[in-house]
Write a protein that binds this ligand. Structure first.
Ligand SMILES: Cc1ncc(COP(=O)(O)O)c(C=O)c1O
Length: 203
């Protein structure tokens, strides 16, 4: 038997469970109306909320940047440096958001992996909403911290788990999506501020 036979078996299981996923081809650029497999459809599955992916001013700026700087950095940023436009972008974002600094990641997934791992490590606790996006779940796992999930948006469960486990760890990160991507419901963030200060503290 081929050493890769298990792949076919695994694929068969995936197909049998009707979990197989394949990518559909969209004709044309990102826009509210798209053509998908010959049908004209209004796209509710996009994250181009502001329509910026099709904005001609951004397209022009991207073309100019590519002509000036090329299509890639040619190396990892920490090892081989960044270009002035990277710094300009991050400074502009920090000014706009009124923060000390900003860091741009190439995708939302990577932003969650990078930031969570910068905040907690093996001696820490992460309390996470069970419906969090996969990037938050994977980011949390990579830290090596103790990961506990509380019931979806359930402050009673969150408080109980905090009270039970917080004392055993150095830092605690409460991890939640603001808008949950599967159902579009919101985390009740204001009620988090009603947590006693010693439970909110992150250090
Ligand atoms: C809530 C949420 N977080 C993170 C991501 C990952 O973002 P990206 O597709 O930019 O990697 C998504 C993408 O669907 C998302 O819905």
């Amino acid at each position: 038997m081929s050493p890769y036979g298990w792949i076919d078996q695994a694929l068969e299981t995936v197909h049998r469970a009707d979990w197989y996923r394949s990518v559909r081809e969209i004709a044309g650029p990102s826009a509210p109306w798209i053509e998908l497999e010959g049908q004209r459809l209004l796209n509710f599955a996009s994250n181009d909320y502001l329509g910026l992916a099709g904005d001609p001013r951004l397209a022009e700026a991207a073309i100019t940047a590519i002509q000036t700087w090329g299509t890639g950095t040619g190396g990892s940023r920490l090892v081989s440096g960044h270009r002035p436009i990277h710094q300009q972008l991050e400074r502009a974002i920090a000014t706009w958001k009124q923060t000390a600094a900003a860091l741009v990641f190439s995708s939302g997934y990577l932003a969650n992996l990078g930031t969570i791992n910068a905040l907690v490590g093996g001696r820490d606790l992460i309390l996470a909403d069970v419906y969090n996006h996969a990037s938050l779940k994977q980011g949390a796992r990579l830290t090596g911290a103790k990961l506990l999930e509380y019931r979806h948006k359930n402050m009673v469960d969150l408080r109980a788990q905090l009270a039970r486990h917080r004392g055993e760890y150095r830092r605690c990160l409460l991890l939640t999506d603001g808008v949950f991507s599967m159902d579009g419901d919101l985390c009740p963030l204001p009620s988090w501020w009603a947590l006693p200060p010693n439970m909110r503290r992150c250090s």
